[in-house]
Design a protein around this ligand. Structure first.
Ligand SMILES: *Cc1c(COP(=O)(O)O)cnc(C)c1O
Length: 368
């Protein structure tokens, strides 16, 4: 078996090794059925069990109440940018968005395409999205149909530490694509939670949606069938062929998180990995973090070196050392280490060692 390297990619991203091993076997033969997991009918017993177990593990992890539906959809988190306003925003209504980065901007763009009224309740754009707005900076509209936030800003490396308060009775809708199940999540505080799987939960091609049952029925029946939440809720995500392999892997990732001790243990593990990296960056006079300390993400750590030239050198030397995927997003520049659930502590320790070495070797060049 060939050797694996440390993968800091923002997404698709690292998956837990035991899950990959198990999936390898299941691709060949699922559950001793003589048929691989990707070859099973989505209407058969084997997949039924896979889907049920995935939903159950998902529910158990966050103690999801019975009045919430768990859906496995397609179209990426990006289709949710459209499905949310299509289903939850009446023609005369207004939706409030907390603008904390590129993904939030894209969500706003889709709501506007539908002709919806969008109110920006807070924006970090003037400081290049380097922080999460404080409570005093948030101003909601009169009666928003919902408030939308992005819990973790994958590109700028900022993360909400807790949910903002919203006006009474207004559903909070969250794009949790890059930090879902990286820490406990208080589901009853939300009306709808969605996450593309490919950062923390599984392979690309499947989106997890957790939606309160009254919101399932909020969408107009004039929408295309596939774009109504009720279609998928009524059919246990089996209205059409679901992304069966993605659902399988996601279920195995949920079980793996359970085996790690659940969401609280995951949070502890993630925070301690992130601290290792931020502590090093903070004492360094060579590297600097780009997100404001109080807004820092425990998932995506963004940092800069003194010059772009040194940043390019850093990324290419790191790659040669088996530390892959560290180039920052083009909107943010610099470097980004994505250290999701499945990223082992050893990867972060190795990265910090490399950063120390790089700093020592290039300090003179930085001063020149
Ligand atoms: C990656 C990402 C998306 C886009 O997800 P797709 O599944 O590619 O559509 C949306 N929101 C956030 C926060 C992301 O990190």
């Amino acid at each position: 078996m060939s050797k694996r390297i440390f993968n800091f990619s923002a997404g698709p991203a690292v998956l837990p090794e035991p899950v990959l091993r198990k999936a390898q076997e299941a691709i060949w033969d699922a559950d001793g059925s003589g048929i691989g997991i990707m070859e099973h009918s989505h209407r058969g017993k084997v997949f039924d069990r896979v889907r049920d177990e995935a939903e159950q593990a998902c529910r158990d992890l966050a103690a999801i109440p019975d009045d919430y539906r768990v859906l496995f959809l397609q179209g990426g988190a990006s289709l949710q940018f459209s499905m949310v306003p299509m289903n939850l925003l009446p023609a005369e209504g207004t939706a409030d968005y907390l603008l904390t980065g590129v993904w939030a901007q894209k969500a706003v763009k889709e709501a506007k395409i539908l002709g919806a009224k969008v109110h920006i309740a807070a924006s970090g754009e003037s400081t290049n999205f380097d922080r999460i707005p404080g409570a005093a900076e948030i101003g909601y509209s009169e009666r928003p149909a919902y408030v939308h936030l992005t819990t973790n800003n994958t590109i700028y490396g900022t993360q909400w530490r807790s949910e903002p308060s919203v006006p009474a009775g207004v559903p909070l809708v969250a794009d949790t694509s890059s930090d879902m199940y990286s820490r406990p999540i208080d589901v009853p505080r939300y009306g709808l939670i969605y996450a593309g799987a490919q950062k923390n939960l599984g392979p690309s091609g499947v989106v997890l949606v957790i939606i309160r049952h009254d919101l399932v029925e909020a969408g107009p029946k004039t929408l295309p069938t596939m774009l109504q939440y009720r279609t998928h809720a009524a059919e246990q995500s089996l209205y059409n062929t679901p992304p069966t392999f993605g659902v399988y892997v996601m279920g195995e990732v949920f079980k793996w998180i359970q085996a790690q001790g659940g969401l609280a243990a995951m949070a502890e593990h993630n925070e301690s990995k992130a601290r290792l990296l931020y502590d090093f960056i903070d004492q360094s006079d060579f590297f600097r973090g780009t997100a404001q300390p109080g807004s820092r993400s425990f998932m995506n750590v963004c940092f800069r070196a003194p010059t772009e030239e040194l940043e390019n050198k850093f990324v290419s030397e790191a790659t040669r050392r088996g530390l892959d995927g560290l180039k920052g997003h083009r909107n943010a520049g610099g470097m980004r280490a994505s250290i999701y659930n499945a990223c082992p502590r050893e990867a972060v320790e190795t990265l910090v060692e490399f950063m120390k070495e790089f700093e020592r070797a290039n300090r003179a060049a930085a001063r020149a």
